[in-house]
Design a protein around this ligand. Structure first.
Ligand code: SF4
Length: 434
């Protein structure tokens, strides 16, 4: 009988795409996939360091596994595994911990351990992680998340990601094209380009990376360039109807990218742009690479070129030094800005970050209050944006899930549509009157 594996993702879309790829590696080795709440021989938890309670969540999941399948192997990987392997090793029931460089060698590592051995940590110094490994989700969701970039060279004072994922590195444009063409053959309609600092995408200058098709190797036509070059190339691929850019730093979202998206039939009118604070003082303390005026300019240009464009914003509340006035500055800035929704994060201290040692710490109850105020604003922004499109006809890509007789889909500009389930609409783009 084949061995079975169950996987669970904590955190972002990039982690989700990597979990999918890890699952495929295991399947290619003969493992059968199971749902995480079923009994399996191996459990893999792909962790996140942004999650406030990474430790607690990890413990709870491991405890659940132990109750249901005490003989199963438990593997922990992802950002938290790279950052705090010893902390994870102390969790009873964990067998194997894989760091950033080792997670895609999981099959080999799993073969080398037996339940009952002492916990094995396979993790190298993050400075030594240079390789880029492409990954994508497929068959898991209608939209495919394709990782094209990893790591980050910025040094925002609150962030542990550079320590968990290493230096910025990207796939080659040629490889991305190959991957997109392969995904297109599997009837996927939409690809979401993902990365840690996606706008920093730079196709490596070295010779053609691992060409997968012979013709490409023979022609050796290496396409070089940055994120703008990448999206121009992807726009030429006919097999995929929709591309979405997952998240892009405001200082890297150039005029040419905005203009290009506004003229493209394939790149959707939707941007997610981290702001983090609407106060220049706090942006400085955060070591962000822009001021609020630049952010405002970006939003205004987008809305001038694409009035129907959806704009999502990440914002952090309760950063050290954020006074009531600073918070109100952020609130007022977001209030007057023509954006569509917010992802609000409550600041929490991360060890080994500059921000963790800063003075003027904001009390936890005030952080939570500010979070509530901005979530309320987000709700109103979303309502306003959605209402502005009522009566319009837009293209909706419906997902492949029957949720108690209902199905969901997203318009080009990311308005969520919920309607009665119709099997004929699964993974189809339908003209829809909102
Ligand atoms: S840009 Fe800043 S917040 Fe984003 S991953 Fe890099 S260091 Fe972290």
């Amino acid at each position: 009988m084949n061995k079975t594996v169950a996987l669970h993702t904590l955190g972002c879309k990039l982690n989700f795409s990597e979990t999918s790829s890890i699952g495929r590696l295991m399947e290619n080795d003969g493992f059968e996939k199971r749902n995480f709440d079923e009994v399996a021989d191996v459990y893999v938890i792909n962790t996140c360091s942004v999650t406030e309670n990474a430790d607690k969540e990890c413990r709870t999941l491991v405890r659940r596994i132990q109750r249901k399948a005490p003989e199963a192997l438990v593997v922990i990987t992802g950002c938290y595994a790279q950052l705090k392997p010893k902390e994870i090793a102390a969790i009873p029931g964990v067998d194997l911990i894989l760091g950033a460089a080792e997670k895609f060698s999981i099959v080999q590592h799993v073969k080398e351990i037996t339940k009952g051995d002492s916990t094995k940590i396979c993790s190298c110094d993050i400075e030594d992680v240079h390789e880029f490994t492409a990954s994508h989700s497929i068959n898991d969701r209608t939209r495919i998340f394709l990782k094209v970039q990893d790591g980050c060279d910025y040094n925002c004072s609150f962030c542990t990601i550079p320590m968990a994922r290493g230096k910025s590195r990207s796939d080659s444009i040629n490889n991305v094209i190959e991957n997109v063409e392969a995904i297109a053959k599997q009837d996927a309609k939409e690809i979401v380009l993902t990365g840690i600092n996606l706008g920093d995408f730079t196709s490596p200058l070295s010779s053609l990376q691992n060409p997968k098709s012979e013709s490409m190797a023979k022609d050796n036509k290496k396409i070089e360039g940055n994120f703008f070059s990448l999206i121009k190339e992807l726009d030429k691929i006919t097999g995929i109807e929709r591309f979405r850019i997952s998240s892009i730093e405001p200082n890297l979202l150039s005029n040419e990218i905005i203009e290009f998206v506004s003229n493209s039939k394939r790149f959707m009118p939707h941007f997610h742009i981290p702001l983090q604070s609407g106060s220049d003082k706090i942006l400085g303390l955060m070591r962000r690479r822009y001021k609020k005026d630049l952010y405002k300019e970006r939003v205004e240009l987008i809305k001038t070129m694409m009035p129907h464009c959806c704009i999502g914003v990440d914002v952090i509340v309760g950063f050290p030094g954020e006074t009531d006035e600073d918070f109100m500055e952020t609130f007022n800035f977001l209030h007057q800005l023509d954006i569509s929704y917010l992802h609000v994060f409550t600041y929490s201290e991360r060890t080994n970050t500059l921000a963790a040692d800063m003075n003027s710490v904001v009390p936890i109850n005030i952080r939570h209050e500010r979070n509530k105020i901005l979530r309320n604003l987000s709700y109103q922004k979303m309502q306003y944006f959605t209402n502005a499109h009522i009566g319009e006809t837009r293209n909706v890509l419906f997902e492949t899930k029957n949720k108690n007789g209902l199905m969901e889909g997203f318009t080009d500009n990311y308005i969520k549509i919920t309607t009665s389930y119709n099997a004929n609409w699964e993974n189809k783009i339908i003209e829809w009157k909102i």
